[in-house]
Design a protein around this ligand. Sequence first.
Ligand code: ZN
Length: 350
Amino acid sequence: MKTFCILSLIILVGTCAKPKYTTKIQNLKDSITLVDSTLLKKYAQTITAKELKTHLYKFSSNEFMGRRVGEPGQKLASTFLESYYIDENIESPFGGDNYYQTIPSSFFGGKYKNSENVMAYIEGSENPEDVIIISAHLDHLGISKEGLVNNGADDDGSGTVALMEMAQAFNQAKIDGFGPKRSILFLHLTAEEIGKQGSAFYTKYPVFPLENTITNLNIDMIGRVDAIHKYNKNYLYLIGSDRLSKELHYISEKINDTYFNIDLDYRFNAEGDNHDYYSRSDHYNFALHNIPVIFYFNGEHKDYHRVTDTPDKIDYDLLEKRTQLIFATTWQIANQENRLVIDINNELLN
Ligand SMILES: [Zn+2]
């Protein structure tokens, strides 16, 4: 009898607990209200394959010599980005015309020359203290042993030019009177290829307090198609989106379902996945500080970390669509009524 009672209790608790959690998730999903769909679509459309292509052919050209940390090619890449933001009249978070956060050689243990993160900033109109960080790394592998340039068109030229186009779109919206309510930092990180040192430096010496940094959307390779998706290129891997903020995950899903219908592939987000991509790019340093992240990634391909990662192999229409998805997700987080909530503070989940 005693065993029967305990068993009944377990079954009872089991059946009661399960729907309760799904109800919480449903309530969370229902609480997400998409904002300004007409405006969002209008400015997303200013992100074009043509402009992405123009920027990427320049950024991954031999002129930049593979953008190795601290070397002249990387310095040229930083100058190129700074000049772009000055020409576009997009501000620096420091004011004036300095867009660099300099990282001394000592931070790299003296093994590399000094380098810099490059950043542009659009201040929010209503909640400027809340900051969304969109990031991509600007550095790459330099010149190969054979003397060939590692162009790094996908890695991470694709993420770099996505940031340039998104910044331009948000800035145009601001000029037209529809600037984001929360602030956006466009963060071009250096030294990713030598162990995520640019993001390690930024999170150690943040320009805006980390407690006000509400999310980091990090892009590292979004211009190609991997072997798994040879027959369905309408996909993107998302990693990390549900780990710290389910709200972030469901915003991302709702934006995609409403406007894009990309197959969001979460296989590499599985806990314990042996590729461990969650810890392998710059977003991880933000996640370590309890900042919700999404890592956008097309997967590895035969040209990954080879001199054959060139701009002619990028699918620009796909790059456009993926960039627009990230833009639209950012637009929602920047403009929705409530500040993005991490799960431990989310009343709907607790
Ligand atoms: Zn990369």
